[in-house]
Ligand binder design. Sequence first.
Ligand code: PLP
Length: 385
Amino acid sequence: MLSEGSTVNSAAQEQLVGPEPNRDPLAFHRRLTGYAPTKLVQAQKLADQMGVKQIFVKDESFRFGLPAFKILGASWAVYRAMVQLANVDSFGNWETIEDLKTAVSRLKPLTLVAATDGNHGRAVAHMAALLGLDSHIFVPDDMVPARRAAIESEGAKLTVIDGTYDDAIERSANEASRTNLVISDTSWPGYEDVPRWVTDGYSTIFWEIDDQLSELNAPLPDIVAVQIGVGALAKAVVQHYRRAASVKKTRIVGVEPVDAACVFSSILAGQIVSVPGPHHSIMAGLNCGVPSLMAWPVLYRGLDVMVAIEDDYARQSMRALRSEGIVAGETGASGFGGIIKLLESPDARHARNALNISKETTILVISTEGATDPQSYESIVGLQS
Ligand SMILES: Cc1ncc(COP(=O)(O)O)c(C=O)c1O
């Protein structure tokens, strides 16, 4: 139950035999300037402290020059949306982003539109700038100045909505037109292609992790903890670890703030429910009141355990990750915050037992952002470097 902070999802299945995720997004990302796999950190000190075998942390604090993983989904979704808009199969054998910019110039005037609680909007604005397009980003009124400034630094027009992230989504959706292309990471009835591409774009993280683990001769993780806002990233986790070809039953833990636990509440209800805001968690990227429509069925069948965490677990996690040399912002650290709660809180006993956690267990978490609010980071952890 939500009041207990964790639940075991009895609807979870061994495998979801959906379409095999392909490596097209990975091939696309490899063609972009500045591509490099992010680090996979073996956090042995933390593993020892927590009495498990290994903890791996995928550090997404620097991806294509931005401080979060979201550019992976935004870039692939923008590319695919352009191909669709141009009514072509592909833009041919482009080699550099300049080639791509030339190829999409025939679609101008064109504005990329998105709503965001920070990272996705910045990523969309960044893609627009690279491609010589305009961008218009809608944000909730409680977004901190540092995140607003980061979006504007990409050349975007910024509109602050008098309301929550969910209100900003609604507003951005109303902007859709021939010259306004909405690039949303959440979906609603009739709007599914782009959010599907966003999730597909995130698959690059997991192909990289597979390669990195195999270079280390390490097994696939027993448990993956993933933080959830609208659920686009968690859907990518489920698609990767629950595909038919997966050789191991990796257990997947979804983590949300107690204040905005929309997937947790939906799992308890057995159907999508919304958790109206305003949401006040410091895990700003997770302050979402409604799961993505198309992520929901996959999450319902694919998440084994849900943990709802208080802000203090995010703070604790930020400090713990820092002790392993990882700079993680509040949302970035929240996946590991879920693991801390799972392992330490009496509230989580049932979920902990269901996951069979022991000193043989290997855990993977994704630190999805760096210090995107430096002032807050400093007050919680200290200076960044
Ligand atoms: C840093 C970070 N991590 C995780 C998430 C959650 O991703 P999703 O909304 O796809 O669940 C977000 C969403 O904004 C984010 O910014």
